[in-house]
Structures are given as structure tokens and as C-alpha cells.
Design a protein around this ligand. Structure first.
Ligand code: AMP
Length: 423
């Protein structure tokens, strides 16, 4: 079968790497892809939001399955467009993708399905939001309701900072219409985990747990980023907790989406805070996380193509998910300056030496080819991912690989997975 993968980040390289192992794959195309996905198949120069061209390409190239990586095309209805053209596409419809694309929709669904989340209030007018935030004397979390490339959340320990954040979103409109509404939430304390599941509208198959590292600096300091590294499994997620998360969160979401007339198919990603009172939802995403996908998929033994097809056909109960029991660690190498301004076009060396270390895969994210060299082309450049007998072993292996890779201004956190090792 020919497959078209949509996206160009580290997540998509990990998906492409895994799809390329399928015995049922004939040709893999990635639109637009990156130099990493080019090693797994052929890159196609079509943007992720160019729906008409993507559908035409799929028609012309006998595509049997489309796998969508990022949230923007899902929210814009790319899956609906493929289905209208009678082409199978892995991911939720636009109506179901609102679970991520519209935090007000998600909040209302959680309320009507009695799912535990941070207490929150929705505001459409800055003056109302300001008065409410000013009346609080504890930390607040301010969230733009729409898609803001992962940057729409401000955790403010001082309510005055919360008012400034609300003003930036609602008055300065730094996220455009994504900030028409905001949610003001209580700040939750605990450890964060990501739970990803395959959902076919009815069946829910959990993947192994993982934990992301959002802040730029060691010890979780500094501003938030798209994610500086991840490990899987997350020891904080015990069997008991898995059962609670399934029973109290995932099943009610899938049931609620069915009741709502927006059945859910694809990846359901729950970003959770494990508080003293149990798991609470921070957000839902409607696609694989980046960089959690890298350590999770390196551990998946089952055929991803088969699983994606089973999701599309609503027969997930016919497949089994098998996992490598070894833990995995992914360290993100970023351009100096990220998440602020950074330069592009820096030549990267040592990629092959790093890749040659046993059980290491270097996933490309923001890279490009220039005059035959691989160069930096984004904030997050590479996701250096390793399996190990223990988390400490996987971490050591990942950093051994990181230390082989050089580019001007290369930056990474040095403490990825320490939380898991301490446990
Ligand atoms: P979100 O995109 O909603 O997951 O938010 C991004 C990050 O902000 C999360 O990964 C958390 O670190 C943090 N965050 C979001 N909501 C809350 C909350 N209610 N309490 C504490 N931290 C939060």
C-alpha cells in the first residue's frame, strides 16, 4: 500500500521511520517532510495546509492511507477532504479536532462528561477577564481558546501577570482569532504526564506512557518550548493510575464525543497533571505529541501501518499493540536562542557517527539540505533518541550520541529523564 504522511517535524520523522518498517508498505511519501523523512521514503513539496493539492496528489499516486501529523490541517478538515474523495485518512474530522483546536469546546465536553480538570472560567471580554483575575490572590493559568502553536498558555504566579497575559491575547491579539476567548484556570500542582491512545470511535488502546520536558532550562527553568526531550515509560504512571485515567478520562471523552455527534478517530492525547487528588486534564491534543512520539514509537514493536488502518476501519480490537520493554529517552538539540530568536543554516556534523551507536535513532526536526550538507532550519533541530536496559542507560546512550553531533550554537538540556531515574 502507498502511504502519504503529512508534516515535517521530528514527530513525522519518527512516524515515517516506523511506517517504513511495515511489510505492507509499498511507497511512503511525506508532504513536505524533512531530510529525515527523505531517508524513509520520498518527500513531496506540498504544504501541510494545501488540502486541494494533497488530495490531488493522493488520487494520482494511488494512496491507500493518509497519516496526518500536525494539528492545523486536522482542525482545517483535511481528514474530511480525504474521506470525501474516498481515501482513508488517519486522524479526527474537523468537528472532532475541536477537542484540541477549541479549548472552550474541550472544557464544555469535560464538564458535561464529568471529567476532572482544572477549574476554569471562559471569557469573551477582556474587561470581564481582568476583573475576575484581579479578584484572585493565587496563581492563575491563562489560555487562548484556539490553536496557538503550543504557545497559548501562560502560567502566572502573580495575578497581575495573568492580567497582562489576558491583555496580550485579547487586546494585542498576539494569536489573532485564537485569542477571541480565553480560559482562566486554577494552577494545578503535581507531575505532568502524557497519555496517548489510539481510538477508533469505540475502542481505546493506550500507548506506553511518556513525559515531556517543556521548559528550556535544566531543572525545568526558563520559558516553555515545544518540548526539549521526553522519556517513556513514565514511572509515575502506575497500573492503578492507568486504570483510573482510562475509566475517568479516556472512556468518558470517547463516549462524550459520540453523544455529541462528533465521534473520535485517531490519536487521543491527554496532557495530565497527576495531583494529590488524582489525574486532572490540562489539555487534549488530537495527534501524536512532539517529542513524546520519538521515545514512544521507538518502543512500538507492532506494525504502525496496520494499527492506523484498523483505526480508520473501526476494528482496533483486531490488532494487538506490542512494546519493547526497554525504556527510551529522547534529547532535543535546539538552535541557540530558541525559544526566542535563533539563526538558521548552521552546518551539522557527526550525524552518522551518532546514528551508528547501537539502539540510537537521530530524528530530524528543523533541518534542511544546503549544498549537500545537512544544516539547521528551525528552533528544535534534532531528537536524539535511544533505547537502554534502564532509563539511566538510555539517557547515557542518548547523550553519547548528542555529544557526537556538532553545530554552531547547539543547545540541549542535560537533565532529560532525571525525574524518572530518581524514581
Ligand atoms: P497546555 O497546552 O494546556 O497543556 O498547557 C501547556 C503547559 O502549561 C502544560 O504542559 C503545563 O505545564 C502548563 N499548564 C497548563 N494548564 C495548567 C494548569 N491548570 N495548572 C498548571 N499548569 C498548567
Amino acid at each position: 500500500m502507498n502511504v502519504l504522511l503529512i508534516g515535517s517535524g521530528g514527530r513525522e520523522h519518527a512516524i515515517a521511520w516506523k511506517l517504513a518498517q511495515s511489510k505492507n508498505l509499498s511507497k511512503l511519501y511525506t508532504a513536505p517532510g524533512n531530510p529525515g523523512t527523505a531517508k524513509c521514503g520520498k518527500n513531496v513539496p506540498i504544504g501541510v495546509n494545501d488540502t486541494d493539492k494533497l488530495v490531488d496528489f493522493a488520487r494520482e499516486n494511488d494512496i491507500g492511507l493518509v497519516v496526518v501529523g500536525p494539528e492545523d490541517p486536522l482542525a482545517a478538515g483535511v481528514v474530511d477532504a480525504f474521506e470525501a474523495a474516498d481515501i482513508k485518512a488517519f486522524g479526527p474530522s474537523a468537528a472532532a479536532a475541536k477537542l484540541e483546536a477549541d479549548k472552550v469546546f474541550a472544557k464544555q465536553l469535560m464538564r458535561s462528561s464529568a471529567i476532572s480538570a482544572a477549574e476554569g472560567r471562559i471569557f469573551e471580554r477582556f474587561s470581564d477577564a481582568k476583573a475576575y483575575i484581579a479578584s484572585r490572590d493565587e496563581s492563575v493559568v491563562i489560555k487562548a481558546a484556539g490553536l496557538a502553536k503550543g504557545k497559548g498558555v501562560f502560567v502566572c504566579d502573580d495575578p497581575a501577570d495573568g492580567i497582562l497575559a489576558a491583555e496580550k491575547i485579547m487586546c494585542d491579539r498576539i494569536f489573532g482569532p485564537a485569542g477571541d476567548k480565553i480560559i482562566v484556570e486554577n494552577k494545578l500542582l503535581g507531575e505532568e504526564v502524557s497519555i496517548l491512545a489510539f481510538v477508533d470511535g469505540r475502542n481505546i488502546y493506550l500507548m506506553e506512557s511518556s513525559q515531556d520536558h517543556k521548559p528550556i532550562g535544566d531543572g525545568d527553568t526558563g520559558p516553555n518550548t515545544g518540548g526539549m526531550g521526553a522519556y517513556s515509560p513514565a514511572p509515575v504512571v502506575t497500573e492503578d493510575l492507568i486504570n483510573r485515567i482510562t475509566r475517568e478520562i479516556l472512556v468518558p471523552v470517547v463516549d462524550g464525543m459520540n453523544r455529541n455527534g462528533t465521534p473520535y478517530k485517531g490519536i487521543l492525547y491527554a496532557g495530565l497533571m497527576i495531583t494529590a487528588g488524582g489525574p486532572r486534564v490540562l489539555e487534549f491534543n488530537v495527534r501524536f505529541g512532539d517529542p513524546e512520539t520519538q521515545p514512544v514509537l521507538i518502543r512500538l514493536k507492532s506494525d504502525l501501518l496496520e494499527v492506523c488502518l484498523a483505526v480508520c476501519d473501526g476494528r482496533l480490537d483486531e490488532v494487538t499493540l506490542e512494546w519493547d520493554q526497554r525504556p527510551a529517552v529522547c534529547v532535543v538539540m535546539a538552535s541557540g536562542g530558541y525559544p526566542g530568536d535563533y539563526q538558521k543554516g548552521k552546518r551539522i556534523t557527526g550525524l552518522n557517527e551518532a546514528d551508528r551507536i547501537e539502539d540510537v535513532v537521530v530524528f530530524h526536526a528543523g533541518t534542511a539540505v544546503k549544498n549537500g550538507d545537512i544544516v539547521t532550519n528551525g528552533g528544535r533541530v534534532l531528537g536524539v533518541t535511544a533505547l537502554g536496559q534502564t532509563v539511566a542507560d538510555a539517557k547515557a546512550r542518548a547523550y553519547r550520541a548528542v555529544d557526537k553531533i556538532k553545530f554552531d550554537g547547539a543547545y540541549c538540556r542535560r537533565d532529560i529523564a532525571d525525574k524518572a531515574i530518581k524514581k
